[in-house]
Design a protein around this ligand. Structure first.
Ligand code: G6P
Length: 608
């Protein structure tokens, strides 16, 4: 979480850093700060709250200079106060540090530093770094940073400036993403390319254990033993418009409406209609690896985990390989059975989620072959997996994941198609899946054209204190995802449940105050689901059904109905997810919630 940006060059650094921080605000937004070296010394401005607060502080008390670093925070150690906001300083205010990640041995180091006379001002783990660098400072900043980092346990992406070495920024990475932006006579450091994309498209991704030194004359990357490294420069090929709102009131709505296009992008060049197969260039494993696999473990967090649950059903139904879906945070500490014949599929929008990354490393360590399904190109998970496929959904800015989810499910369907066809699924069946996939973008568009119907539904239910989401089979995970969307952005308590499990507990909650959303397309479990609808109606619950056609079985049993187009059962979650995303969105907007930046959440959770 949190965002870092730094600049060294000829231009006015404070304005540039503020602009970069605004672009990073979606990563964390409870406090922010900027430090500038201006020849004479080091000056810092900080504020609790959003970047706009920092901007007013900086307007009231301007900074000047051409070298500096900035940070937007999502609190882990210490409350989101001005004092705990980054940058943090040493005793004499000559060093400023911004940091993403967690220093695990911070309390031990702090005690040692205090014993040596260092005085601490904040409750953060980051401040320890500033004092450690101060303690190690002899000749130059980079040497001091490298010496300090050798003593640190935990994760970090850091950028450091000092008035003792005023024309440079030192940056380092271990477990928290960081990149260098390469301009002409100017260089940037950022935790995420969106912060600097308006200035340069040339970036160098830092790897763990690397330290970079940026000055107006260029940059150097060294390892912790200070050996020089040659790093490739990558060109970023997405546009700033892609991370702007494009006329929509919120990123989330824009991203919901992008789904016909994003699904198209996920499938582009991959879907082989005639062969009923998928061509996945990134899954460049020897065929035996895929054929010999006797177990698949899918691991992820949040919405990506829900996509994984759908992937489980897809793979088991068509490729007939046993699948386990594991929360990454559980898998990483569990003594799971993993063998060289295990394929571990790691799903992540950001490619940086700390638990998912740790689960990936654990799976690798235990001998699995790892496949990534990742959205952010060049992210750590994408680079650390043995092979993979990008979802190509484009940058997702709204904290609640929407377009990334449907692209993940479609990616899993493509992967399933490939695995299944290798393992004996007929061409005819393969074609049926491929054709259904191809129709999805148009079908999503049909749903989006009727967004106003969902908006009306939202008006009816915007005051509901609780919601229940029920589904079966492929749409049990859809129900979980619908509930997650609603609670994330509207703060209404919502639970997703397998519909038949309702009678083992949640049924006790049902009364006329409880809206129940049934994800009820006409599929193999439809009749069973109708019985569950009846159970809710019998207890005076209000039923909202997401269904596919005029069903006699539902007549008189549902209070509200929204129809989605028909597709094969396995792909119904992609279509059913759309009205659920819209419902959550409109309810949250009507309740006045900040849908793009909901309280307490962050887009990319890079702490454990
Ligand atoms: C956070 C986000 C969720 C996301 C989850 C996993 O909690 O708010 O929207 O689903 O992290 O993120 P990932 O980037 O790994 O998919």
């Amino acid at each position: 979480m949190c965002g870092i940006v730094g600049y060294v060059g000829p231009r006015d650094a404070p304005a540039l850093l503020l602009e970069g921080l605004k672009r990073l605000e979606y990563r964390g937004y409870d406090s922010a700060g900027v430090s500038i070296t201006n020849g004479g010394g080091l000056e810092t401005r900080k504020a609790a709250g959003k970047i706009s607060k920092l901007e007013s502080v900086m307007n009231g008390s301007p900074l000047h200079g051409t070298v500096g670093i900035g940070h937007t925070r999502w609190a882990t150690h210490g409350a989101p106060t001005e004092c705990n906001a980054h940058p943090h300083h040493d005793c004499t205010n000559t060093i400023a540090v911004v940091h993403n990640g967690i220093i695990e041995n911070a309390s031990t180091l702090k005690a040692q530093l205090e014993a040596r006379g260092h005085e601490f001002r904040s409750e953060t783990d980051t401040e320890v770094l500033a004092h450690l660098i101060e303690a190690e400072y002899e000749d130059d900043l980079e040497g001091a940073v490298a010496d300090a980092l050798r003593q640190v346990e935990g994760t970090y992406g850091i950028a450091v400036v000092s008035s003792r070495d005023p024309d440079k920024i030192v940056a380092a990475r271990k477990g928290s993403p960081l990149l260098i932006g390469v301009g002409e006579g100017e260089y940037y450091v950022a935790s995420d390319a969106s912060a600097i994309l308006q200035y340069t498209r040339q970036v160098v991704y830092l790897d763990d254990g690397e330290v970079a030194v940026l000055s107006r004359n260029g940059y150097q990357v060294v390892d912790l033993r200070e050996r020089q490294l040659q790093k490739p420069v990558t060109k970023i090929d997405w546009d700033l418009e892609q991370i702007e709102k494009g006329g929509f009131p919120h990123f989330m709505l824009k991203e919901i409406f992008e789904q016909p296009q994003t699904i198209e992008n996920t499938m582009r060049g991959r879907l082989l209609l005639e062969e009923g197969d998928a061509k996945l260039g990134g899954i460049d494993l020897p065929a035996e690896k895929l054929l010999e696999a006797d177990q698949i473990i899918i691991t992820a967090c949040g919405t990506s985990w829900h996509a994984g649950l759908i992937g489980e059903q897809l793979i088991e139904e068509f490729a007939r390989i046993p699948v386990e879906v594991e929360y990454a945070s559980e898998f990483r500490y569990r003594n799971a059975v993993v063998t060289p014949k295990t394929l571990a599929i790691v799903i992540s929008q950001s490619g940086e989620t700390a638990d998912t990354l740790a689960a990936l490393r654990e799976a690798k360590h235990r001998g699995a072959t790892t496949i990534g399904i990742v959205n952010v190109v060049g992210s750590t998970i994408a680079r650390d997996t043995d092979c993979g496929m990008y979802t190509h959904a484009g940058p997702e800015i709204g904290v609640a994941s929407t377009k990334a989810f449907t692209s993940q499910v479609v990616s899993l369907a493509l992967l399933t198609l490939k695995l299944a066809r290798m393992r004996g699924l007929s061409v005819v069946k393969g074609r049926e899946i491929a054709e259904a996939l191809q129709k999805l973008p148009g079908q999503i568009k049909q749903i989006l054209d009727r967004a106003d119907e969902i908006e009306q539904l939202a008006e009816e239910f915007k005051r509901a204190p609780n919601f229940l989401y029920l589904g079966r089979g492929y749409n049990f995970p859809t129900a979980l995802e619908g509930a997650l969307k609603l609670k994330e952005i509207s703060y209404i308590h919502a639970e997703g449940y397998p519909a038949a499990e309702m009678k083992h507990g949640p049924i006790a909650l049902i009364d006329e105050m409880m809206p129940v959303v049934f994800v009820a397309p006409h599929d193999s479990v439809f009749e069973k689901l109708v019985s569950n609808v009846q159970e809710v109606k019998a207890r005076r619950g209000t039923v909202i059904a997401i269904t596919t056609r005029d069903e006699e079985a539902l007549e008189g049993k549902v209070d509200y109905e929204f129809r989605i187009p028909e597709t094969i059962e396995a792909l119904t979650p992609v279509l059913a997810a759309i009205p659920l995303q819209l419902l959550a969105y409109y309810i949250a907007v009507k309740r006045g919630a900040n849908v793009d930046q909901p309280r307490n959440l962050a887009k990319s959770v890079t702490v454990e």
